[in-house]
Design a protein around this ligand. Structure first.
Ligand code: HAX
Length: 434
């Protein structure tokens, strides 16, 4: 049976030809226009890059190689006795472009286990950081230090041909994905559990081992981590973390440099850090409103107050989506099944009823609906993971699956250095105001 790498290699020539033919035949076709407003609003809606792994539809949400999230939950292989897809299957799908079978997924779990050892110097780097440093900063620094392991960097020094850049990048990508749970768990146990580290399991799947090293043995929590790792893995190429990793990678920076850069973007409150901000906001609101499950009217007043004070409501809105995020819905379904009476779940559900009409009434928020981050935190809290400053690290571990698949494909397709143009306000005024 062919390895994952051999299967990937088999696709390279055809994929290169496809791109070459497409550009030869249609290279001068216009795919869209850019307005002045778009230039001043974060390039919103500007089609300007190719990402093979997934595509985001404003109304339907994310599709991974054509499969919607509910379809993914249905068709990807599961661990024995589990109700959730294995994220290893998502990695296979994004990288190879077709659905894996049970064996394909088991082989990835095994391959990741074999590659999962973390060099001591990485732990030493983490040990030198203040324990109260934000976990995302520790995570990014640890990933950056792993650059020392880069096979791409070594091969590049030795003068490898452009045509085979993808090969050491594949190795770096798999090694990085394999090592991230260990690094993340180390940061968690060091910062919050008195350096009481837990050795990895043998023969477990990627998420099961991660949940174990974090210190959780509950089967439902393990399934939650499988779900979490699957749904956060990719969101096409334009989001801040994926785009940053792609941009940095386009300079032939290796997987570690690129991914660490992407994580610095994920650590922003308008992007991945929103998952911790949602929990902080919910708990503060609950406390300010007297505890328990506040009434709809009280929540509405609180939300209005936040908006009047110029704050965003974390977990709501999106730069592309215009409907409730299917990743939110997948988590809501998990909660309805396993924790329907949980007080924080009831609060999140009530917030879901109250917030959208208020955001809509502002007349400016383009998407009043909840995104993935509005729901994830309270599920983790329910199973005893209370340290919500850590939650974005979980997001980061999952995002490695998409960002690394994207990087391998970029190398295989020989994507060039990214270098969009910029202008000045003076030039725009000169151009249009006469
Ligand atoms: N609360 C209050 N105001 C909001 C808002 C929210 N949840 N969402 C958008 N707005 C405001 C914007 O701040 C903007 O206001 P100004 O014109 O005064 O600057 C206006 O509505 C128009 O913004 P938009 O076009 O609807 O949204 P953007 O594409 O500019 O921004 C954001 C998208 C996700 C950054 C935005 O909705 C937001 O800040 N949401 C809260 C933070 C959050 O949940 N982030 C996570 C997003 C998902 C993700 O990346 N996860 O990792």
């Amino acid at each position: 049976m062919k390895s994952l790498k051999e299967k990937f290699k088999d696709q390279i020539n055809d994929s290169r030809d496809r791109v070459k033919n497409l550009v030869t035949e249609y290279g001068d076709k216009i795919v869209g226009e850019i307005s002045l407003r778009q230039i001043y609003s974060g390039m919103r809606g500007m089609l300007s890059m190719v990402t093979e792994t997934s595509k985001l539809d404003p109304n339907e949400g994310i599709r991974f190689r054509g499969y919607s999230l509910p379809e993914i939950q249905d068709v990807l292989p599961r661990a024995k006795g589990s109700n959730q897809p294995l994220p290893e299957g998502m990695f296979y799908l994004m990288l190879i472009g077709s659905l894996p079978n049970d064996n394909d997924v088991r082989n990835i779990s095994l391959e990741l286990e074999i590659r999962s050892d973390v060099p001591d110097y990485v732990f030493n780097v983490i040990n030198d950081l203040p324990k109260d440093m934000h976990p995302m900063t520790q995570f990014s620094i640890a990933i950056l230090s792993l650059k020392n392991e880069s096979q791409f960097t070594r091969a590049y020094k030795q003068g490898i041909s452009k045509k085979t850049y993808w090969d050491p990048t594949f190795e770096d990508a798999l090694n990085l994905i394999a090592k991230l749970p260990r690094i993340a768990a180390y940061i968690y146990r060091r910062s919050y559990h008195n350096e009481d580290y837990i050795e990895p399991l043998k023969g477990a799947d990627w998420s099961q081992n991660f949940a174990h090293m974090l210190g959780f043995s509950d089967a439902e929590f393990t399934d939650l981590i499988r779900l979490y790792m699957t749904i956060h893995s990719d969101h096409e190429g334009g989001n801040v973390s994926a785009h940053t990793a792609h941009l940095v990678g386009s300079a032939l920076s290796d997987a570690y440099l690129s991914f660490s850069a992407g994580m610095n973007g994920l650590a922003g409150p308008l992007h991945g850090l929103a998952n911790q901000e949602v929990v902080r906001w919910l708990l503060t609101m609950q406390k300010d409103l007297g505890g328990g499950l506040p009434s709809r009217d009280k929540i509405a007043d609180y939300v209005q107050d936040s908006l009047n004070n110029g704050k965003v409501i974390p977990g709501f809105g999106h730069a592309v989506l215009r409907k409730t995020d299917p990743r939110y819905t997948a988590q809501r379904e998990f909660a309805l099944k396993y924790l329907p009476d949980d007080q924080l779940f009831l609060l999140v559900s009530r917030v879901y009823e109250v917030v959208p009409p208020i955001l809509e009434a502002t007349g400016k928020v383009k998407n009043p609906w909840p995104n993935v981050d509005a729901h994830s935190g309270i599920l983790l809290l329910k199973y005893g993971m209370k340290e919500y400053d850590f939650f974005t690290v979980l997001f980061g571990v999952s995002r490695s699956l998409g960002i690394m698949s994207q990087l391998i494909w970029s190398r295989a397709l020989g994507m060039p250095i990214e270098r969009p143009g910029s202008t000045t306000t003076d030039l725009m005024i000169k151009k249009f105001s006469h």
